[in-house]
Design a protein around this ligand. Structure first.
Ligand code: LLP
Length: 432
C-alpha cells in the first residue's frame, strides 16, 4: 500500500498521525476503514462459483468490536466465534445469528446453551464427547441447530511451508480417516430430532503463503466426501475450508492477492467435484488475518532512548501488552517515525516496550531516522491478533482503537482507564 505523507508526517485514511496521537492518545490502534472495506469487497467479489453457494466467514478472533461487526454485516459476511464471549458480542451487535458459526474444542455446556438460546445457526463440533453433550443439551432445551464436524486432515501448514503428517496429534477435530468415529457422530446427529448434519469444517493453519497446501486439502476432502457418499450414503452438503491466508508484515512476505486465493480455491473445488461426479451445496472459507492485518497500524509515543554496548534502544509507551506476537512467535514487523517520514534512515534501533520483561521487544534492527523523545513511532500491519490478544500485564491500560476514513476519525473502542481496571476488585464473603 502506498504511504500518504504530508510535510513529513504519515497520514492514515486522510488523517495525520500526529493529530490522531494528540487527540486520541497513544498507544493507539488505527484502522484504515477503506482498506478494510477493500478486503471485504475483494472476498465478496472473487469467492463465487456457478456450481455451489459460497460464504465468507470472518474469524472474529483476529479483531472484533461492534464497529467491525457492523462492517461485516454490511458486506454480508458470516462470523466465526470461538467462545461465549465472542458469541455474546455478536449478539449485542445484532449480527444475524443464522450466519454465525460456533467453533472451539472445549465449549462448555453453558456456552452450548447460550448458542442454542441465541439461535446461533451452526455449531462446529470438535469431538465425539462434545457431540453427545450438544445432542443432550439441544434435546433438553428443545432447540435446534445445524452442525458441522471439524476434521483433522493430517495437513499442517504454517508460514511458508506445509507438511503432511501421518500422525494426527493436533488438539482440533476428528481425524479425517477415522471413519468409525465420524460415522458414529453423524449417525447420532441424524438421529437427534433437533440437530441437522451439514458437513465438514477444516482449518490447516495460519499465515500460509503456499496455496498448494489448500489444493492438497481440497483433494483430500473431496476424496473423503466421495467415500462417505458411495460407502455410507451420507451426503456432505457444506464444506468449510477454514482461513489462514498469509499477509505482508515485512517486505520479505509475498502474500497472494485475495483474488488469487479465491480463484485457486474455487477452481480446484470445481475441478475436483466434477472429476468425482459430486456436488456440494455450499463452500465456505474463514479468513481473519487477511481482512484486518494490513489495515491496522499502531501509534506509539517515543519515550527514553538508551545506548548499550551493542544496541540502540527506543522505548515506546506500549509493548507486549498491545502486541504479544513478537514475544510469542518471534513475529516481524516494520515501523517508521510517523513524524519524520522525509528524513534519512541512518540508525539501527531496537524498539522496546515498557513492560518489566526482557522479552518485551517489538522490533529488532529497525532502520529509522535519528529518534528523539516525543517522536511518534508507527508499526505497520498490526490489525490482526494485536488488540484481540492485548493484556493488562503490569496493569497497563488497553489502548483505544479508531477507524479512520476520508479524513474522519471514529473511536470504536475507548482507552481503558486505571479505574476500569479496578472494576472487578471486591472484598465480599461468599458462602461455599
Ligand atoms: N478458522 C479457524 C478455525 C481458526 O482457528 C483460525 C485461526 C481462523 C479461521 C483464521 O485464521 P487467519 O485467517 O486469521 O489466519 N494468534 C495467532 C493466530 C492464531 C490463529 C488461530 N486460528 C497469530 O497472532 O498469528
Amino acid at each position: 500500500m502506498a504511504k500518504e505523507i504530508n510535510n513529513g508526517i504519515l497520514k492514515v485514511g486522510g488523517v495525520s498521525c500526529d493529530k490522531l496521537a494528540d487527540t486520541c492518545g497513544t498507544p493507539l490502534f488505527v484502522y484504515d476503514q477503506e482498506e478494510l472495506e477493500k478486503q471485504l469487497w475483494s472476498y465478496k467479489k472473487y469467492f463465487r462459483s456457478d456450481l455451489f453457494e459460497t460464504e465468507i466467514i470472518y474469524a472474529s478472533k483476529a479483531f472484533t468490536c461492534n464497529a467491525m461487526l457492523h462492517l461485516l454485516k454490511q458486506y454480508g459476511f458470516g462470523l466465526d466465534v470461538v467462545s461465549g464471549g465472542e458469541l455474546y458480542i455478536a449478539h449485542k451487535a445484532d449480527f444475524p445469528m443464522d450466519q454465525v458459526y460456533f467453533h472451539g474444542n472445549n465449549k462448555t455446556i453453558d456456552e452450548l446453551e447460550l448458542a442454542l438460546n441465541l439461535r446461533c445457526k451452526t455449531i462446529v463440533l470438535d469431538n465425539d464427547m462434545e457431540c453427545k453433550a450438544l445432542i443432550d443439551t439441544a434435546e433438553r432445551m428443545q432447540k435446534s441447530a445445524s452442525v458441522l464436524i471439524r476434521v483433522n486432515p493430517g495437513i499442517t501448514a504454517h508460514t511458508h511451508k506445509y507438511i503432511i503428517t501421518g500422525d494426527m496429534d493436533s488438539k482440533f477435530g476428528v481425524a479425517l480417516n477415522d471413519e468409525k468415529m465420524l460415522m458414529e457422530m453423524i449417525e447420532s446427529i441424524n438421529n437427534s430430532q433437533y440437530l441437522s448434519f451439514e458437513g465438514f469444517h477444516v482449518h490447516i493453519g495460519s499465515q500460509i503463503f503456499d496455496l498448494k497446501a489448500y489444493e492438497i486439502l481440497i483433494e483430500r476432502m473431496i476424496k473423503r466426501i466421495k467415500k462417505m457418499k458411495t460407502d455410507y450414503k451420507i451426503e456432505i452438503k457444506a464444506l468449510n475450508l477454514g482461513g489462514g491466508f498469509g499477509v505482508r508484515y515485512t517486505e520479505e512476505d509475498e502474500p497472494n492477492s485475495i483474488r488469487e486465493v479465491c480463484e485457486r480455491i474455487i477452481n480446484k473445488c470445481e475441478a475436483e467435484l466434477k472429476a468425482s461426479d459430486l456436488s456440494i451445496k455450499k463452500l465456505m472459507i474463514e479468513p481473519g488475518r487477511s481482512i484486518v492485518a494490513e489495515a491496522g497500524y499502531t501509534l506509539y509515543r517515543v519515550g527514553y532512548l538508551k545506548q548499550t554496548p551493542n544496541i540502540s534502544y527506543i522505548f515506546v509507551d506500549g509493548g507486549m501488552t498491545d502486541n504479544i506476537r513478537k514475544a510469542l512467535y518471534d513475529a516481524k514487523y516494520e515501523c517508521d517515525l510517523a513524524n519524520k517520514m522525509d528524513l534519512k534512515k541512518t540508525i539501527k534501533y531496537t524498539v522496546a516496550g515498557k513492560c518489566c520483561e526482557s522479552g518485551d521487544i517489538l522490533i529488532e534492527n529497525a532502520m529509522l531516522p535519528k529518534a528523539q523523545m516525543g517522536d511518534l513511532l508507527v508499526v505497520y500491519g498490526t490489525g490482526a491478533y494485536g488488540y484481540s490478544m492485548a493484556s493488562n500485564y503490569n496493569r497497563l491500560n488497553k489502548p483505544a482503537v479508531v477507524f479512520v476514513k476520508d479524513g474522519k476519525t471514529r473511536i470504536v473502542i475507548k482507552r481503558e482507564s486505571y479505574s476500569d481496571q479496578l472494576r472487578f476488585e471486591t472484598d465480599e464473603e461468599v458462602i461455599v
